[in-house]
Design a protein around this ligand. Sequence first.
Ligand code: GDD
Ligand code: MN
Length: 253
Amino acid sequence: MASRKTPAKPEPKPLSGDKYSILLPTYNERENLPLIVWLLVKYFGESGLQYEVIVVDDGSPDGTQEVAKQLQRIYGEDTLLLRPREKKLGLGTAYIHGLKHATGNFIIIMDADLSHHPKFIPEFIEKQKEGNYDVVSGTRYRGNGGVYGWDLRRKLISRGANFLTQVLLRPGASDLTGSFRLYKREVLENLVQRCVSKGYVFQMEMVVRARQLNYTIGEVPISFVDRVYGESKLGGNEILSFVKGLITLFATT
Ligand code: GDD
Ligand code: MN
């Protein structure tokens, strides 16, 4: 049994001047949004760090934005920012859109469907500080990292995409298609200006370009747990554009 004593309130850490903007792209995440936002507020609240959560919803038909507005009433407009777009314009451009509105000097991007657990964020922040890394990338393919709940098809797609990219582009990071990452703000700004892809391939292009520009990349093993609510938006089209993007990068870099 855990002790019944109320735990002493953690001493608020001195504010470092750093601020973390978390970008949450959403498309039909009505069920997931309340929990992910709650977890983020919990972790950042306990850390004493300055932060903001920016939801970029692409006109989800399931009413994600209504839920987001309710959450904003709970957590406040300075903590939860809503920066929606009219329609589904793709994951890559959703980050670019969110970044325009971010005020932090560090940007964290992650999925909103709980596949990326906010409990790893303190490790990202620690890792960044450890080597003053430009980018810290979550990796499912190193250390204790892993994938849970995917079927064989999905595992093969992910492994295949990573393998092909490793062979063709040698980017020097172990998880190229993952999208749980922390960037220095100016680094992300510079990278997105150079990226041409719009969909899921964006993640891979970002790491490849980061390497070309000699940015330093730290890695944190993460477990990726397949979503419980809703469905993945990764379809045949995204896979095709990944391959196209890979070939383009191979030919041009
Ligand atoms: N705003 C916006 N617009 N959000 C989107 C869009 C879009 O067009 N497409 C997807 N999203 C959001 C989803 O709502 C979710 O929060 C996140 O982006 C990831 O989408 P999923 O559909 O859940 O992706 P996944 O689980 O299949 O893929 C994950 O693994 C891939 C392979 O490692 C993601 O982490 C991908 O980024 C990753 O490439
Ligand atoms: Mn997902």
